[in-house]
Design a protein around this ligand. Sequence first.
Ligand SMILES: [Zn+2]
Length: 264
Amino acid sequence: MPIGFPKKSRRNIVRQSGDGAIAKPSTRVRLRPRADWHKRNFLTSVLIPSLFIKRAGDQAPRPPQFPKIREGEICITWIGHASFLVQTHEVNVLIDPNWSKWLKVIKRLKQPGFEIHHLPSIDFVLVTHAHFDHLDRRTLRRVAADQPIVVPMGVGNLVHDLGFHIVHELDYWQTVELGPLKISLTPCHHWGARFLADLHRDFGGFVIAANGRTIFHCGDSAYFPGFREIGDRYRIDIALLHGLSRTRRQNFDPDALRNFSPRL
Ligand SMILES: [Zn+2]
């Protein structure tokens, strides 16, 4: 049975005017199968075994005790997978929130670190890209309380009807000021299609400038030379490097991280 979402106007999606003439170098991962793809069977080596693995982590974790944050301080809580809570003394920001236990037929193997109802009130939500493990509509609907949400270009229509006041779609290097924060979208080395044909959706990472500190969440990026440019453009104090893509296809080279930024 189709799920009836409230039909809300898309006029709450805003884009900044940009210089459309600037060609973006492609950072999209090519998804062509490797020559040995038929030797690896996702169904029998990953999906079916996962159904018999007990999910790790507390079933009913105790409520976290968030510290009292003073002016100039930042508190970052890793909730699980790519989900982070960033707190300043003024605002609470949630990045890629996901409390679902299943991604369609794929079982989540670790519980989130705390329950969704333990969250403090959330002022802003950021979503790095449209993949199901980063953009979870069910979680976002529970988090939405008429606050703004920030997403890459082409992702707004997936979140515009969930109860957010306004959807900011950012192009690479664009910045939106939300209260005391400056939030910028950076490129990343990944891809953004939620299904097969929606290749128009962008994908990225976020730089959050708050209280004179700069926090970087790289999205789902593999290592790529763009990290150097990100490090040149922003003075990054804290980098949240989620996973740095596990697939051989994306050529993760741990040594390359040393070149991430001369200031890190
Ligand atoms: Zn992804």
